[in-house]
Design a protein around this ligand. Structure first.
Ligand code: NOJ
Length: 552
């Protein structure tokens, strides 16, 4: 099958199904709801949807704990609703990609139930170990969500490995039968017409033989023995040759801690394992490694992450661009300003929308949704959040979690200012952000030409009509500035120049020399009043196009 690389011209919209739109009045989002909003999604100018998991699941990790890979959860409308969704999306020219979660399953998956009872062929589907002398765990690895990475199972009389929650046992990908299952899953959905996969923590699926104990920092103990593990490329190639290469589809691999150089091992060259990678450096401008370890927002850190990915991948690999998804708090609250929400949401849109790669917009990001006001620990629902910092005094813990919890991205989508924000006819499964009453909702933003929503539409349209975003070369100016982010996509015939202030105050800037004597056409701005020369108002963002670049 010839791969057309259609995704390179595209923009994706991510749906986290529980909180997008309730269509059957049970308080939880579902596919009926999504179908009713396809025209809205299309109106954004996007080309495809990535769905976080829709499969049957006990919901311990909101669907990332799968109990059947070949079905759609009845709470979302089951398989018939999914087929309908697929048809209706395709008829609007929207691609549909699924989440492939095969590092682990739910412990309620039939495979695990049979594996713990040693019923063949499932006996070695998971990573079982007897434990060491004196009742010690098989090794000292930590799980990312719930304490140590091993859980004793009375039924089998052994420990199993779980890199995430206790109810998410890791699959044994070294077992050829497990890899055959993955191939079957891929073919099943691709044959149905799905256009690709976002592959959950895919760089974790191959563990080092012997599962050695680690001496590194406690929080990530073990990770160097399973991240980019020994057989990862072999396994990904098998998935390609036995399934993915038969279809004109896209794959996006989630890759914690990956550097751009390392990413090229997966996405570089012609025989690549994956098409794009979800990196985390752009999510670390206000934290160390993961959201929970805070430091103040650093524009220079953000710019550096953008720059190194743009420069390293240029001509060698394709970037996946994002500033929000279901695993991080809202970007306005993290990198912008809630007080200057409108301006900073638009500035952040410009900060990534014109880079080379495929941008993803997360539900509600296009409205400028913000974090909700946390009042107590009982406000949280997420398994990762609830297991963080359990040893800290309550007040401090609450403060840290309120800043970093993924739950901020999971409040229901704000459709209007009426009851339950138009998300549902009854009380939603999770609390709403009360600011839906204050204009942060689709209905209000539709009717305001200057809303964040309409700004996203304009930015996506401008990205698409300006060829140099895809064909040009990324160049950053004034790299050392702590307040301004200035970058351009430069091609021989045309350039696009983006000037953004991240300051809450009015500041001055100078145009890069290369643009000082050019005719700049202002194409997009987040202020209604004309720009004032070298004065940048708080969070001002301007996007210019320039015909024929200056000779340098
Ligand atoms: C990454 C997913 O994005 C996240 O939501 C999930 O909790 C973990 N992987 C475990 O599947």
């Amino acid at each position: 099958m010839i791969k057309t690389e259609w995704y390179k011209n595209g923009v994706f919209y991510q749906i986290w199904p529980r909180s997008f739109k309730d269509g059957n009045g049970d308080g939880m989002g579902d596919l009926y709801g999504v179908i009713s909003k396809l025209d809205y999604i299309k109106s954004l100018g996007v080309d495809g949807i990535w769905f976080s998991p829709l499969y049957p699941s006990p919901g311990v990790d909101c669907g990332y704990d799968i109990s059947d890979y070949m079905d759609i959860d009845s709470a979302y409308g089951g398989m018939s609703a999914f087929r309908d969704l697929l048809d209706q999306a395709h008829s609007r020219g929207l691609k549909v990609i699924m989440d492939l979660v095969v590092n682990h399953t739910s412990d309620e998956h039939e495979w695990f139930q049979k594996s713990r009872r040693r019923i063949d062929p499932y006996t070695d589907y998971y990573i079982w170990r007897p434990g060491k002398k004196g009742g010690k765990l098989p090794n000292n690895w930590d799980s990312h969500f719930e304490g140590k990475a091993w859980q004793w199972d009375d039924v089998r009389g052994e420990y199993y490995l779980h890199l995430f929650a206790i109810k998410q046992p890791d699959l044994n990908m070294d077992n050829p039968l497990v890899r055959q299952e993955v191939v079957r899953i891929l073919n099943f959905w691709l044959e149905m017409g799905v256009d690709g996969f976002r592959e959950d923590v895919i760089t974790f699926i191959s563990k080092k033989e012997g599962l050695p104990s680690d001496r590194l920092m406690p929080a990530t103990r073990g990770i160097r023995f399973y991240n980019n593990g020994p057989h990862i490329h072999e396994y990904l190639r098998q998935f390609r040759s036995e399934a993915l290469d038969r279809f004109d589809c896209v794959t996006i691999g989630e890759a914690p801690l990956i550097s751009p150089e390392k990413a090229l091992d997966y996405i570089g060259g012609d025989q690549r394992d994956l098409d794009m990678m979800i990196q985390f450096q752009c999510m670390c401008a206000n934290c160390f490694f993961i959201d929970y370890y805070p430091h103040p927002f650093s524009l220079r850190k953000l710019k550096k992450s953008f720059r190194t990915w743009q420069e390293t991948l240029d001509g060698r690999g394709w970037n996946m661009l994002y500033l929000e998804n279901h695993d991080h708090p809202r970007v306005v609250s993290r990198y912008g300003s809630e007080r200057l929400r409108d301006k900073s949401a638009k500035a952040l849109c410009c900060a990534y929308m014109f880079q080379k790669g495929t941008p993803f917009v997360y539900q509600g990001q296009e409205l400028g949704m913000t974090n909700f006001k946390v009042t107590g620990l009982s406000d949280f629902e997420d398994v990762q959040t609830l297991n963080q910092f359990t040893w800290l005094p309550k007040g401090l813990r609450l403060k840290l979690l309120a800043r970093a919890s993924r739950d901020h991205a999971r409040t229901p989508m704000q459709w209007d200012s009426g009851e339950h924000a138009g998300f549902s006819a009854c009380e939603p499964w999770f609390h709403l952000n009360e600011n839906y009453r204050r204009g942060i909702n689709v209905e209000s933003e539709e009717s305001n030409p200057c809303s964040v929503l309409n700004f996203y539409r304009k930015a996506i349209a401008l990205r698409k009509e300006t060829g140099c975003v895809l064909s040009g070369v990324y160049r950053e100016y004034k790299r050392r500035s702590r307040r301004h982010y200035i970058y351009a996509m430069e091609s021989e015939s045309e350039s696009l120049l983006v000037v953004i202030s991240f300051s809450k105050k009015t500041t001055r800037f100078t145009l890069p020399l290369a643009y000082q004597f050019r005719e700049l056409t202002l194409r997009l701005s987040n202020y209604e009043k004309e720009p004032q020369g070298d004065v940048l108002r708080p969070y001002e963002a301007r996007v210019y196009t320039v015909k024929q670049q200056s000779s340098r």
